[in-house]
Design a binder for this molecule. Structure first.
Ligand code: ADP
Ligand code: ZN
Ligand code: ZN
Length: 746
């Protein structure tokens, strides 16, 4: 028996096992000093502990009166923190599940799931959030409003939103594209005011639903809503495979009604919220309930506010990017994952979780329905739907009046190309512009040119740290490596032959934007990519200008391909449709098909029919042919047959171990040593150099583990993890583990 039974204390010592924010796959034991034992400590509580030389926040995961570690070595916890930030048992259970599924250090999982302010030891000063309300109406204010309605429609729309919602925060208004200046203008006219408001628990009221915005569902939509609502008290997973504009969002909105009316919360996960103010607007217009946003553009306080409103049940709907899946929702009744195929739902560093997959885990844990939606479902989800694991719903018609866009290929090999545009494409663009409609040109390459070279000896200017060409950015007059970010001036002379004839090769969006004005001099061109939208708020502004038809030609990278609705775009041109036709990654064709179909989905959303033109050098390629003539579903089903024959995911399960070091032999040997392990029903592929074999000066290697059984894959991973402490190369490399990897390039 431990010594404490003979000590003079009557209360037995309490020990806690806690998750500490360090990259170690274990818990740590601390003792609770006597003066901190009341009230009794709970699982999920935040405590401060000293770890190494610092004080850190740890989460209590188990409590015991006994301890099998040397008692003298156990340190006491330093402090118990403010009690209102407990993690619920359900959230603790969920995070434990995540850590064990991804074999990721538990402390890091908790760390990533908590807002930054809750990870700091210092005392929190929680203030009720500031929110906007409308002022009581007077005769003068009514006159003011009538004037605003005529002269400043945007300001008027802002007023209406605030007037309807009474208590909307700046984070939401900002996302919807409103500015501080507009708020100030309304404040100065005494129409609205900003107040501190203590959040209160949300409860459903009749008028919370804006009936007037509801669409009458088509039969196909109604069947889906009914299927989802049939089982709100139990786990069920629904995949809505519906083309862009087929009414998936309308289905989400109507399926949510029941859940909200039951005073339960809904979590909506989207790939990148900065890109979808339209989504938020539709939720705001439909439901007059507190909606909170969760995404990377929030500051620390806003993040904490969202966390608290979820936890206290004040927020009815949380819309957020992948990490919103960790929101401490206290009455969660339904999860929706929109654009479930999107790769940005997967975190690609440290804790490599897939937002969709763990959303499913959470729904299962809570026994609630989850709805996945996409116009281009991931093969994983599609296979689960086809095999009956998920309920499969299809929407193959555009809702309302609009018709489906037609896709056609343009063979560039047979035509003269000017600035990347073929003659027939130019003709189509001209006609579309002449009709007063907008054109979207998709080119997935930002910068001015993807490389520069010497025109005499063909020397190519490579980044030495990545062995890949530098991208030329003309506006900044800089060469930038898009892999490691390193920058360099353009050399005056070729280091190889001394020639001064150094010139850009190929075309990026920056160049296209400049050049296209030569062909279409009288139209306004806007470019949307990471460079043109770096400034905060710029993207929202540009999108707004597009909607207002200030620009006729839209040039963009995949940023433009996602989720936006451009009702007046009737022609989408894909300049280079060949990008992934010949990649070695087995997912490349899936990704390319998804991207093409998603871009195509931007065309003809309103009542005007749309057209999609894809330039290619391989118009006979079976993949393109299948996609164009038979659509994504057919293409995907064919590809699934091939995956099955090759025993590739989703017909097998993979884990990827990546290793990198300054010398190529280290990662190679580290991984090779791992392959000496004998595994059951699990195979190794590799070690091999990664496709991006060198990045930022580090050499990178891969080892893939594959098994037909998920269970056996996990057993094998545990075996490998146990073997790593004895691997003599382990300290010479940086390694990481990726369960269900989706990017095999790195
Ligand atoms: P998705 O999410 O699949 O892209 P949406 O739900 O956004 O589709 O619907 C596309 C457009 O069609 C929207 O403007 C929406 O209001 C409208 N819509 C959706 N369902 C219906 C319906 N049943 N009747 C009429 N219009 C509809
Ligand atoms: Zn040269
Ligand atoms: Zn580089």
């Amino acid at each position: 028996m431990p010594e404490q039974t003979t000590s003079p204390q009557l209360i037995p010592t309490t020990y806690v096992q806690v998750a500490v924010p360090v990259p170690m796959r274990q818990l740590f034991t601390y003792q609770i000093p006597l003066d901190m034992q009341q009230p009794s400590i709970q699982v999920g509580e935040r405590v401060a502990v000293s770890f190494g030389k610092r004080d850190v926040i740890a989460i209590v995961l188990s409590i015991t009166n006994e301890c099998d570690v040397d008692v003298k070595k156990i340190k006491p916890i330093t402090k118990r923190l403010n009690d209102s930030f407990h993690l619920s048992d359900s959230l603790v259970g969920f995070l434990n599940l995540c850590a064990s599924y991804y074999h990721h250090p538990i402390g890091d999982v908790f760390q990533q799931a908590l807002p930054k302010l809750l990870r700091q030891v210092k005392k929190l000063d929680i203030q009720p959030p500031m929110v906007w309300h409308s002022q009581d109406r007077t005769e003068t204010s009514q006159e003011q409003l009538d004037k605003i309605a005529k002269r400043a429609p945007k300001q008027y729309a802002l007023f209406q939103l605030i007037d309807k919602h009474q208590g909307i925060g700046w984070a939401e208004l900002r996302t919807l594209g409103y500015s501080k200046a507009q708020l100030n203008a309304l404040t100065n006219k005494a129409l609205i005011k900003e107040i501190k408001q203590k959040p209160k628990k949300f409860s459903w009221q009749e008028q919370a639903l804006a009936q007037e915005n509801k669409q009458r569902l088509s039969t196909a939509q109604a069947i889906i809503v009914a299927a989802i609502n049939q089982s709100t008290e139990q786990f069920s997973c629904h995949l809505i495979d519906g083309i862009t504009g087929s009414g998936k969002t309308e289905v989400y909105l109507q399926a949510m009604e029941n859940v909200l009316a039951n005073n339960q919360q809904v979590l909506v996960i989207v790939p990148e919220i900065g890109l979808t103010p339209q989504t938020l607007l539709r939720f705001e217009q439909r439901f007059n309930v507190p909606i909170c946003l969760h995404h990377s553009n929030l500051n620390d306080t806003e993040r904490l506010d969202t966390w608290l409103s979820a936890q206290q049940g004040c927020a009815a709907i949380i819309i957020g990017t992948r990490s919103a899946v960790f929101s401490p929702l206290h009455q969660l009744g339904m999860i929706i994952v929109d654009e479930e195929h999107d790769s940005s739902l997967k975190q690609q560093d440290s804790f490599r979780y897939h937002g969709r997959d763990i959303a499913i885990l959470r729904a299962r844990q809570l026994n609630i329905p989850i709805v996945l939606g996409s116009a281009t479902p991931s093969f994983e989800s599609l296979q689960n739907a086809l095999s009956g694991k998920y309920q499969y719903h299809q929407l193959q018609q555009r809702a309302g009046k609009s018709s489906k866009a037609k896709i056609a290929l343009i063979d560039v090999a047979k035509q003269q190309i000017e600035f990347g545009l073929s003659g027939s494409l130019k003709h189509e663009i001209k006609q579309t512009l002449a009709r007063g409609e907008q054109v979207l040109i998709f080119l997935n390459r930002r910068g001015y040119a993807p490389a520069i070279n010497c025109q005499e000896c063909h020397w190519l200017c490579d980044c030495q740290r990545c062995d890949k060409p530098y991208t030329f950015h003309q506006k900044q007059q800089l060469l930038i490596c898009h892999h490691c970010g390193s920058q360099k001036r353009v050399p005056r002379q070729c280091p190889s032959c001394g020639s001064v004839r150094i010139a850009p090769v190929g075309q990026g969006t920056e160049q296209l934007e400049q050049r296209i004005s030569d062909i279409f001099p009288d139209v306004s061109v806007v470019r949307i990519d990471r460079d043109s939208t770096r400034k905060k708020g710029e993207l929202t502004k540009l999108l707004q200008e597009i909607t207002e038809k200030k620009h006729q030609l839209l040039i963009g990278t995949q940023m433009l391909a996602k989720g936006h609705h451009f009702p007046d775009v009737t022609l989408v041109a894909v300049l280079d449709g060949d990008g992934a036709l010949f990649s070695f990654d087995f997912r490349a064709s899936e990704n390319m098909a998804q991207l093409l179909i998603q871009v195509a989905g931007r065309a003809g959303r309103a009542s005007k029919p749309g057209k999609v033109l894809v330039q290619t050098s391989y118009p006979d390629h079976p993949l393109l042919q299948d996609l164009v003539h038979n659509g994504y579903q057919h293409f995907a089903k064919q590809a699934l047959i091939e995956r099955k024959q090759a025993l590739l995911p989703p017909f097998s399960f993979q884990a990827l171990i990546r290793a990198e070091a300054n010398y190529p032999s280290y990662p190679e040997k580290f991984l090779r040593t791992l392959t000496e392990q004998r595994l059951t029903n699990c195979e190794f592929a590799g070690p091999l150099p990664a496709a991006m074999g060198k990045k930022a000066g580090k050499f990178r290697y891969h080892l893939i583990l594959q098994s037909k059984s998920r269970k056996e894959l996990h057993i094998a991973i545990l075996q490998l993890l146990n073997a790593i402490p004895n691997n003599e190369w382990q300290h010479k490399v940086r390694w990481s583990l990726d369960i269900d990897p989706i990017d095999l390039n790195w």
